[in-house]
Design a protein around this ligand. Structure first.
Ligand SMILES: NC(=O)c1ccc[n+]([C@@H]2O[C@H](COP(=O)([O-])OP(=O)(O)OC[C@H]3O[C@@H](n4cnc5c(N)ncnc54)[C@H](OP(=O)(O)O)[C@@H]3O)[C@@H](O)[C@H]2O)c1
Length: 298
């Protein structure tokens, strides 16, 4: 006799199931990740701990998110470890997220030395900090280095990340799931590409905001109020990006579609090329890349 179909409630295990997360330094970026994870119900508040030097900030985060925030960085990292008795198959990933400013990192790594369990993964969002430095200071080889950008603060970021060989696939998936709280993520091959992403996507909002500001000013110059010019420019930028993404067309093709002979777009393009806008942007990205390499080498 055929056995009856057995209905189960089991679902595939999600990367952050039973994970423990310790945020070292709970400022803007750590809060953006915590808020995003809880909003999407990817973790419960009791899976999150953190550390912060100021009592008022610790209390604020506990009140908002129900996460335990310690004064000591070490205590936070230790609190995110799975207990020795935890069932190995049920224990999720344990991530220690370094989210302090670059100038504080040396002190923080010194404090954390010896407090990271071999099964924990150290995830750095600190700009410019090399995995080699972090792994060397902590005597802990499993490190993920990430490079987010400012739209991450509203869950619309672009985060490039890379991992050392000691991070396994399940751990990478957990890290990726956590980073998705900040927006899109992209794994890159090595730290050279992190420096490249630093110049392109992490510094990216600077190029965009400057162009946005220049266009709004141009609108004001013609006679629009700043408020109206801003509305026209912001929606044009947003719509153009969405159109480019959805149409899958090359930007030049999209530009040609709106450039009629002797028209306004042709005239504007002529002036932009004459002013070397393309070259200026290319030089800016290249200079930012070289700066990222130099800062990381210090
Ligand atoms: N913000 C972005 O959009 C962005 C984008 C890409 C990368 N990043 C990187 O993300 C990291 C965090 O940036 P953020 O914007 O979140 O900075 P942030 O708001 O200043 O957060 C850092 C937090 O760490 C706290 N802190 C200071 N000393 C500490 C210590 N010894 N131990 C533990 N915590 C300490 C700070 O406290 P106080 O407030 O009391 O100083 C602050 O709340 C930086 O390394 C930055 O390079 C940020």
């Amino acid at each position: 006799m055929d056995s009856p179909d057995i209905e189960t409630n089991s679902r595939e295990r999600a990367p952050l199931d039973n994970a423990r997360l310790a945020f070292i330094g709970c400022g803007v970026m750590a809060e953006a990740i915590i808020a995003g994870l809880l909003r999407r119900q990817l973790v419960n508040p009791d899976q999150i701990v953190g550390s912060h030097p100021r009592a008022a900030r610790r209390e604020e985060l506990y009140a908002k998110y129900g996460a335990r925030i310690f004064e000591s960085n070490r205590e936070a990292a230790l609190a995110a470890q799975h207990s020795e008795s935890a069932n190995e198959t049920n224990a999720g990933a344990s991530l220690v997220i370094l989210a302090v400013k670059p100038q504080r990192l040396g002190k923080v790594l010194h404090e954390l030395k010896g407090a990271i369990h071999p099964d924990q993964i150290v995830v750095s969002i600190v700009a410019g900090a090399r995995t080699e430095t972090i792994a060397g200071e902590l005597l802990h080889p499993a490190v993920v280095r990430t490079m987010p950008n400012t739209p991450a603060q509203i869950g619309q970021g672009m985060t490039a990340w890379t991992a050392t060989a000691e991070v396994d696939e399940a751990q990478e998936q957990a890290v990726c799931a956590m980073l998705e709280a900040l927006g899109k993520t992209l794994k890159v091959e090595n730290e050279r590409q992190i420096d490249m992403a630093t110049a392109l996507s992490a510094t990216g909002p600077t190029y965009i905001f400057l162009v946005m500001e220049a266009l709004v000013d141009a609108g004001v110059h013609m006679g629009f109020s700043r408020h109206v010019a801003q509305e026209l420019v912001q929606q044009t930028m947003l719509g153009s990006v969405m159109f480019a993404k959805e149409s899958h067309k090359h930007p030049a093709e999209l530009r040609n579609m709106v450039t009629s002979p002797g028209g306004t777009s042709a005239e504007a393009t002529y002036q932009m090329e004459k002013g070397s806008l393309r070259t200026v942007l290319s030089k800016a990205v290249w200079a930012a890349y070289q700066r990222a390499v130099a800062l990381g080498g210090k």
